[in-house]
Structure formats: C-alpha cells, structure tokens
Design a binder for this molecule. Structure first.
Ligand SMILES: Cc1cc2nc3c(=O)[nH]c(=O)nc-3n(C[C@H](O)[C@H](O)[C@H](O)COP(=O)(O)O)c2cc1C
Length: 202
C-alpha cells in the first residue's frame, strides 16, 4: 500500500473550516502523514534534509492549501524552491521523485462555475496550476487532477464532512493500484470518485 504525504500549508489555520475538516477525516490513517508546514517552519526555515527523507518514505505527495490570490500560499513556493533541488529532484543526478504521484488538494472561496473562461475568475483551475504541473513534470512525477472543495463560504459543516469523506476515499483508492490513465481524464479527482469508477479495494 502506498503511503501519502500531505504537505499542508495554511497561513491562518486557526480560522480554517474547510481544510480543518479535510484533515480531521485523515488523522486516524497510519498510511497518511499530515505535515503542517506553517506549524513546523514558522520562520520559513525549511529543513531540506528532513523534507527529502519524508519524500523518500512516501509515494503519494499532496500539496494541500487554501487558494490565495489564484495560487498556493507562500510556504508551498518556499518548499518547492528549497526542497526540489537540481541534482536531486531533477537534472543530472536527479530523479529521486521519479514516478511518485502528486496532486493538489485545494479549497477555494470561488465556486466551480466561476473558474471558467467567461466566468468571474476567467481561468480554469488546471490553467492556474500550470507552473506546479510543469514542476512536477520536470521532476518526472505523475501529475493527477486536483481534489477541490469550492464555494467554501457557503458550505455547511455536513457538506464539509462529506468532502472530508471523499478526500479520504481518494487517498485510500490511490494507495492501491489506481487506474491512472482513467483518473487523468477527469477534471478533478472528486469527479473520478463520484463517477463510481473508483472502488477502494479491501
Ligand atoms: C488572502 C486571501 C486570498 C484569497 N484568494 C482567493 C482566491 O484567489 N480565489 C478564491 O477562490 N478564494 C480565495 N480566498 C478564499 C479562500 O480560498 C477560502 O477562504 C479558503 O479556501 C477556505 O478554506 P479554510 O476554511 O480552510 O480557510 C482567499 C482568502 C484569503 C484570506
């Protein structure tokens, strides 16, 4: 069974509802490591050797965060810039992340409909994530569609609990032998799960 590393970055976790709910659903899973980057590195001074060791120990890598100004919070960029080193993650002598699965788990205030050409936010989520996608490609990681929780301001606690269940289901299904080519045809991981095509094997 593959192990998942959640690289979690929320600049205001004490005010979080959506991300808090998503993480609550995962806390009892031994195969899932929740790594709270703002808690661990309040001064942004990332321990690169420790992060590389965590990456070696996990096969599914998740960048989880609230969408802030159409992007990930600064900590995710800091983590990428410091940890995904040339000669380790990519370039000559690199390839340490080769074949690992990677996806984003994102909460947005904006609705799904608003992230479309002609919509309020003008661009799709996939388009806004292209720098991260290309970074994953550079590191020869397997890029998967994002898990999305959108329109957060209007979600009730029970809706958030449903998303948390779906997120947990996604991580457990990916830990088995997921049909990657099928998964990549969906816009979001959520769509794969709700399509009924994702069966978590016992
Ligand atoms: C500084 C800031 C910037 C934000 N930028 C965006 C944005 O670009 N797009 C969007 O849909 N929501 C945006 N939001 C809303 C957050 O994404 C939303 O509140 C968050 O995902 C909810 O998750 P949480 O309950 O875990 O905090 C922003 C919120 C803040 C505070």
């Amino acid at each position: 069974m593959k192990k998942a590393l959640i690289l979690f970055a929320h600049p205001r976790y004490e005010k979080s509802r959506a991300n808090k709910a998503l993480l609550t659903g995962l806390r009892d899973q031994e195969s899932i490591t929740i790594h709270d980057l703002y808690e661990q590195y309040p001064d942004f001074n990332i321990d690169v050797a420790h992060e590389k060791q965590l990456l070696r120990e996990h096969q599914i890598i998740v960048w989880q965060y609230p969408f802030y100004m159409y992007s990930a919070p600064a900590m995710i960029k800091q983590w990428i810039d410091l940890v995904l080193e040339h000669g380790w993650a990519h370039g000559a002598g690199g390839g340490q992340l080769d074949g690992k699965l990677v996806f984003n788990s994102i909460t947005t205030g904006g609705t799904r409909e608003s992230y479309a050409h002609g919509g309020f936010n003008r661009y799709t989520i996939a388009e806004l994530l292209t720098p991260l996608e290309q970074t994953a490609h550079l590191c020869r990681m397997t890029w998967l569609p994002a898990f999305m929780v959108q329109g957060t301001y209007r979600l009730t606690d029970s809706m958030l609990a449903e998303y948390a269940g779906l997120y947990r289901q996604a991580l457990l299904a990916l830990a088995q032998s997921p049909p990657l080519d099928t998964i990549k045809t969906y816009e979001f991981l959520n769509d794969w799960l709700t399509s009924g095509n994702a069966q978590e094997k016992p």
